[in-house]
Every structure is written in C-alpha cells, then in structure tokens.
Design a protein around this ligand. Sequence first.
Ligand code: GDP
Length: 197
Amino acid sequence: MQFQTAEYVRSAGSPEQFLRDPLPKVVFAGRSNAGKSSVINRLTGRKNLARVGASPGKTRQINYFLIDEKLYLVDLPGYGYAKVSKEERARWAKLMERFFRDEGGRVTAGVLIVDIRHKPTADDLTMFQWFRDAGCPLVIAANKLDKLKKREVEPALALIRDTLQLRGGDTLIPFSAEKGGGKEELIGCLLSLCGKA
Ligand code: GDP
C-alpha cells in the first residue's frame, strides 16, 4: 500500500488561509526533530515534500498536501524547540488555537509523531489534548524504531501509552521513517479512518 501522488496545495500562516474543502483531512503534528517531515516523506514516497531538518522554529506555517486526489495531509508546524523566541512560541500557540477552533471539527484523524526513545513531553500532551478536544480518532506514530534494540521496544511503547493515557480507540504504531517500518500499517489505518480503504 502506498500513497501514489502528493501535491503541495498551500501554506497557511493565518486563519484566512485555512483550507476549507470537504475532502477528509489527516492532520500531522509533532515535536521538532521527532521526524515529522521524514515520516511524511516516507508515506508519500517523496524525498523532499516536507523539508527534513528545516531550521527548527522557522516553519510557522500549516502546509496542505493533496494525496491521491482524495484526502488532505495537513502538516502542522513543529513545536518544543528550545531556542525559539517567546514571540515565535506565542505565534505558534495562537495559530494552533485558531486552527483547532475553526477547523478542529473538520479534522478526520490526527497523527501525533513522537520519538519512540523519549517519554512524551508536556508539549506533546498539549497537542494530544487539542486533538482529543477536536473529537477525532488519533494515531500515534512512535518514530525512530530503528534506533531501539528489539527488547527495548515494548517498554518504550508502554511508556508512551501510559504517559498519553491512550484509550482503546487510539492507535499506536511503531514506525521508522528511516527504514520504512510501520508504513503499511499507518497508511492502512489512515485510509480506513478517511473511509477510503
Ligand atoms: P521534524 O523536525 O520532526 O520534521 O524532523 P525531521 O524529519 O527533520 O528529522 C529530524 C532528524 O531525525 C533528521 O536528522 C532525520 O534524518 C532523523 N530521523 C527522522 N526519522 C528517523 C527515523 O525513523 N530513524 C532515524 N534513525 N532517524 C530519523
């Protein structure tokens, strides 16, 4: 299974630019450096759709991509980068607030990218709660699976599950943007949540 085509549609830095369109929207969020860009590139089979290692804190826009002409992949700006100025951080928070207030009800599914090696942070919990409040199904992609030894995987997943207090309806998928592990499962899950399986 694979997303065949991915087309950049637009970026939004303010609410007037939010995309209002009836197609399903899958919204990706994650802490800077967790690998969100790499995951998106892996899912779309593109090297540079989302910019890997884009200077953290500088990408304060929401990016929309049209996938196979049937759903939107919405890339929210990364968060949690220590060196971001107070103003930048405030701008990010305001944009997120507006996004979830205006568009939250139209989010078909949320994908939270976390680093499988780390306990989710307070910022991850905030983002998680925004998705929760939007009432959409949530998928957690625990990225950088390739960095763990086999025996370390289950405890790492348990820590993520416990910290985020995942429920039955949430899906936790170990993923490796580097090696491709978890790709089929994540794409299958997203297509099914979008009613496009
Ligand atoms: P973003 O800030 O969340 O968009 O993160 P990036 O996609 O820019 O990735 C941050 C860094 O982690 C880069 O150096 C990537 O090459 C690396 N990275 C991302 N995903 C993986 C993965 O699955 N495994 C490994 N080993 N490295 C990864």
